[in-house]
Ligand binder design. Sequence first.
Ligand SMILES: O=C(O)CCC(=O)C(=O)O
Ligand SMILES: [Fe+2]
Length: 489
Amino acid sequence: MDEGALEERLRSLLSEGLDHALRPTDESHHHQQRLARRLEIASSVYSSWTGKENDASKLASKIADGSVDNLRSFVTEKDEDDGVEATSTVTVEVRDAEDLSYEEFWLRYMFENKPVLVSHIGREWRATREWTDHNGALSLGALSEAFGDAQVWVTHCTSTAEKSAGERERWTVREYIENYWRKDEGDRGNRSLYLKDWHFPTEFADYGAYETPKYFRDDWLNEYYDHLASNAGPGGAGDKTDQQALECSDYRFLYMGPKGTKTGLHADVLRSFSWSINISGRKRWFLLPPRYTHLLYDTFGHNIAPAFFGVDEEAFPNVAAARKYLVEVVQGVGEAIFVPSGWHHTVENLEDTLSINHNWFNACNVHYAVELLQRERHEAEQAICDCRELVASEEEFEELVQRNVAANASMDYENFAYLLVMVAVSRARALVEEDSVEDPESLMRSYEAKMACAAVRPLVGRITSKEAEAEILKSMDFVKASLPHVNWE
Ligand SMILES: O=C(O)CCC(=O)C(=O)O
Ligand SMILES: [Fe+2]
């Protein structure tokens, strides 16, 4: 790829109108068309079954006249495959870090939202040196000795008599390694426990276990959490306990678990990108391109299937079609997988495995986060529309809606707008100090400021605190005034 390709692309992105900047995502078309249809079906089923009343005898008469059966076959009907190709044409490219430049990664994978496996990463890291033996196997004793007292969450991967899949327990690392992992499989009591989402990188920041590869450093999400941690601003770490502060500190994690531990079907928080690098072991990933997300929903367009395989095909009538488009990747030691936005995935550890995982987003995928927040807001509004008459004002109703958005999406509109303001203002300040706006770094800063401003626009009007909204708008005016070379029309 020629040297100037990214610069050229950035120049053209900077000159296009602001309305085009926030592209629709690959999910949006089907979400609007297919899921809207299913939700409509659900609501017409609801009214024709119940007549919007609770008279049991009327319901009974529907069962007697057979119309319930008809409705059942109607809602479990599969969607047609409207011209989508019969099998997946997507494969995951494998690239050597030695000859993949940042520019090419940006253009070909991050901007295009395509997965890639990058090899030859992290062989020299302290984590690799000190946590694995000469065969590459995990040194569980060394890990237990160094970090044994740390408190972590262990997640049940499958249901047992006592626990259902997904439930978590608070253990120490020593308990997990000594009382669980190092036991023979028979002594593990039929449990499959996975140590997930450990904020190790922040908890042991001075340890220097690894270095974020250059491809993944442009990270607005973790930049925002670092900014909150160092400023007692809105949502800052100020009045939380150390443990609470750590829990919501960032999106940088360590995962470790024995062979067979797994992560169920999901897309990542706020439709962020994720990357993962194995220090030891191998993982099998199944990834579904976002243009097929709609195939994962249940008959009522409400819940996502719990897995790609072995699910109730009647409740999830299109999962079999979704499987045609799955992409399988086996990730080994020293390989970084880039999981793009909105690609639903499952992960299984094929061996005893330890990995580092980050979630992040930037100008390439911020449109996915905005669209997700808009969908979450819409759903929250539908869910509580009965309360509308009970609250004193529209503002109060919006506060309730936004509380639901924050609970389901991890951020509400106001938080998210503050994140975007932080990005836009910091890029604008840096640009004001520079003589030229034409060098590659300045072009990237300008593009980031532009995208952050474009992403704020759809949120304005629904930010519950009017002071916060005024502050956000003022900051955006400062950014626009500081960057006259950008097309803000
Ligand atoms: O490694 C795992 O088990 C899950 C990782 C994951 O879902 C991610 O990095 O997005
Ligand atoms: Fe994930």
